[in-house]
Ligand binder design. Structure first.
Ligand code: AMP
Ligand code: TRP
Length: 332
C-alpha cells in the first residue's frame, strides 16, 4: 500500500489554512493509504520557543488531528522528537545536500529576514530534516499546502541524490498532494499575504479554537473591496481578498469557486460574509469544541503520542539501519 507522511509544527495558533490546506485532506485520504501524521517539534525549534508553550502546542496539534477526524487506530500520530531516526537521517542526508539547493529555499529567505547572518543553522537545514521525515518512512505521498511545494521538490532531489550516489533504487521519490479550493489560504487583513500562525494580528486568521463569536467578528472585519461579488472566477483574479474569501467558502462547502459565485454573484459582501460565517462556524465550531474536550485530558493525548512513536519507530529505525549499512557506517 502507498504510504503518506505529513506534519505540522507545534508553534501555536493552528488556523483555517492548516485545516483546509492540510488536515482536512489527510482525513479524506486516510483510508486509502497507510498514514503517518507527525507533530514536528524539532522543526518548531528552528525559531525560539518557550518550553511550556511548545509542550502545550504539541498536545494541541495532536488534539486538532484527532478532533478533525484522523483515526488513531489506523493512522500513526506522534511527535517527531520521540523517534531519533529523523535527526540522524537528517545528518546523513545533509551530507549529500549541496548548499546551492538550500540557498534557493524561499521559506528560509522569508524567515531569516534581512539579518541572514543571525539566522540559525537549524532554520537553514530545516528542509533537510523535512526530507528525512518523509524518507525515514519511504513515504510515497505527502499531502501539504501549496507553500510546501518547494520543500517537497527538494526532498525528491535529496532522495534522487542518495539513490544515484549509492546506485540503487532505495528511496521512492515522494509525490506532493496539493488539492482543494484552498491550497493557499490568505490573511484576512491582506489578501496578498499567507494566513500564518505567526502573524501578530489575530484578526488575520481564523484559529481552529476560535468560538462562534470570534469567527463571526473576524469575518465581518475581513478586508474586502467595494465591488459586489463577480460572476466569473476570472474576475476574481485582480481581487485577492474577494478571491480568498470565495475560495474559503468553496472549500468549506465542498464546492468550487464557480459554484460559490453562481450563488453569490452580484450580491454585496455583507450578505456573503454572513453565509461564510455560518459555514465556518458549522465546520470549525465542532472541531474546536472537540479539541477543548481532548485538551482537558493531557494524559490521554500523551498515551496516543507514545503509542504512535512506538509504531513509527518500528518503521523508521530499520530504514535508518539500512541507510547506515549502505553508507558504510560500521556497525560491529
Ligand atoms: P505550518 O503551519 O507551517 O506547520 O504548516 C502545516 C501545514 O499547513 C502544511 O501542509 C502547510 O502547507 C499548511 N498550511 C500552512 N499555512 C497554510 C495556508 N495559509 N494555506 C494553506 N495551507 C497552509
Ligand atoms: N515544513 C512543513 C510546514 O511547515 C512541516 C513539515 C515538516 C512537513 N516535515 C514534514 C510536512 C514532512 C510534510 C512532510 O508546513
Amino acid at each position: 500500500m502507498n504510504r503518506i507522511f505529513s506534519g505540522i509544527q507545534p508553534t501555536g495558533n493552528l488556523h483555517l489554512g492548516n485545516y483546509l490546506g492540510a488536515i482536512r485532506n489527510w482525513v479524506a485520504l486516510q483510508h486509502d493509504y497507510e498514514c503517518i501524521f507527525c507533530i514536528v517539534d524539532l522543526h518548531a525549534l528552528t525559531l525560539p520557543q518557550e518550553p511550556d508553550a511548545l509542550r502545550h502546542a504539541t498536545r494541541e496539534v495532536t488534539a486538532a488531528y484527532i478532533a478533525a477526524g484522523i483515526d488513531t487506530e489506523h493512522c500513526i500520530i506522534f511527535n517527531q522528537s520521540m523517534v531519533t531516526a529523523h535527526a540522524e537521517l537528517a545528518w546523513l542526508l545533509g551530507c549529500l545536500t549541496p548548499l546551492g539547493w538550500l540557498n534557493r529555499m524561499t521559506q528560509f529567505k522569508e524567515k531569516a529576514g534581512k539579518q541572514r547572518d543571525l539566522a540559525g543553522l537549524g532554520l537553514y537545514a530545516y528542509p533537510v530534516l523535512m526530507a528525512a521525515d518523509i524518507l525515514a518512512y519511504k513515504a510515497t505521498h505527502v499531502p501539504v499546502g501549496e507553500d510546501q511545494k518547494q520543500h517537497l521538490e527538494l526532498a525528491r532531489d535529496i532522495a534522487g541524490a542518495f539513490n544515484r550516489r549509492y546506485e540503487r533504487d532505495f528511496f521512492p521519490l515522494p509525490e506532493p498532494q496539493i488539492f482543494g479550493e484552498a491550497t493557499r489560504v490568505m490573511s484576512l487583513r491582506d489578501g496578498t499575504k499567507k494566513m500564518s500562525k505567526s502573524d501578530t494580528s489575530d484578526y488575520s486568521r481564523i484559529n481552529m479554537t476560535d468560538d462562534a463569536d470570534a469567527i463571526a467578528l473576524k469575518i465581518r472585519r475581513a478586508k474586502t473591496d467595494p465591488e459586489p461579488l463577480p460572476e466569473t472566477v476570472e474576475a476574481l483574479e485582480a481581487r485577492p481578498e474577494a478571491d480568498n474569501l470565495v475560495g474559503i467558502y468553496a472549500a468549506l462547502t465542498n464546492a468550487t469557486r464557480e459554484a460559490a459565485l453562481v450563488q453569490f454573484a452580484g450580491q454585496n459582501f455583507s450578505t456573503f460574509k454572513e453565509a461564510l460565517s455560518g459555514v465556518s462556524v458549522d465546520v470549525l465550531g465542532k472541531i474546536g469544541g472537540e479539541m477543548r474536550r481532548l485538551m482537558a485530558d493531557p494524559g490521554h493525548i500523551d498515551a496516543i503520542l507514545h503509542r504512535g512513536a512506538e509504531r513509527a519507530a518500528a518503521i523508521a529505525m530499520p530504514v535508518l539501519d539500512e541507510v547506515k549499512e549502505i553508507t558504510g557506517l560500521l556497525r560491529p
